[in-house]
Design a protein around this ligand. Structure first.
Ligand SMILES: [Zn+2]
Length: 208
């Protein structure tokens, strides 16, 4: 264990854990999170911090680019997490949390340079193919619109794509129809801390 890990753990155990012992006693018996968050693996995005949440509140699935694969296309961790959150935990909200300066979205446009040719990224490249529709929509959206920030447009289209993909999951649609669960798309600006929420009505992100 590295010193920085040990120091961090000691501080947690001595302070946060000790101060919240009652909460941890309850959590030891089980979890009842109110929301599932699908977000990027990016180290700068912390849903727990952003929402001032405590352990036990958020069921979080992270992957490169906060991508939701189509229901029937691939098998994997994200699908399993969605299935468990909706069918077993019965979360009230399912949130796709994307962010600014997303390396995954940037990678969609990146051509390997000579110096980078030896770096293996075959799994990353394969995974990010799932986000191509967001890239293609963004190229169209930015065409003849030089004032648009292509990176931000792609990040936001990618959030919308994940929401659309959620609609290929039969039990997600069922929960929405029954009104037992809501779906939201959020874009978080790392530098300013601003959070923008996707509005289905006019298909725009709005600052809150
Ligand atoms: Zn990212």
């Amino acid at each position: 264990m590295k010193e920085r890990h040990l120091e961090g753990y000691k501080k947690f155990k001595k302070e946060y854990f000790k101060d919240n012992k009652k909460l941890f006693d309850e959590l030891a018996l089980g979890q009842q999170p109110h929301s599932m968050i699908i977000t990027c693996s990016d180290s700068r995005v912390s849903p727990v911090k952003i929402l001032s949440a405590t352990p036990g509140e958020l069921f979080i699935a992270r992957n490169i680019g906060n991508i939701v694969p189509p229901y029937d296309q691939t098998q994997g961790a994200t699908q399993s997490a969605i299935e468990y959150a909706v069918n077993v935990l019965h979360v009230e909200s399912l949130i796709i949390l994307g962010h600014s300066a997303c390396g995954a979205c940037e990678h969609l446009y990146h051509e390997k340079t000579e110096d980078e040719k030896h770096i293996e990224l075959s799994h990353v490249d394969d995974w990010l193919k799932l986000a191509y529709p967001a890239k293609h929509n963004s190229i169209l959206e930015c065409l003849n619109n030089p004032q648009k920030d292509r990176a931000e447009v792609t990040e936001k289209n990618n959030i919308q794509l994940s929401i659309q993909r959620l609609m290929t999951y039969p039990y997600v649609v069922e929960a929405l129809e029954k009104g037992t669960m809501e779906i939201h798309g959020w874009w978080y600006n790392i530098g300013t801390g601003a959070l923008e929420v996707y509005d289905y009505g006019d298909k725009k992100f709005r600052a809150i």
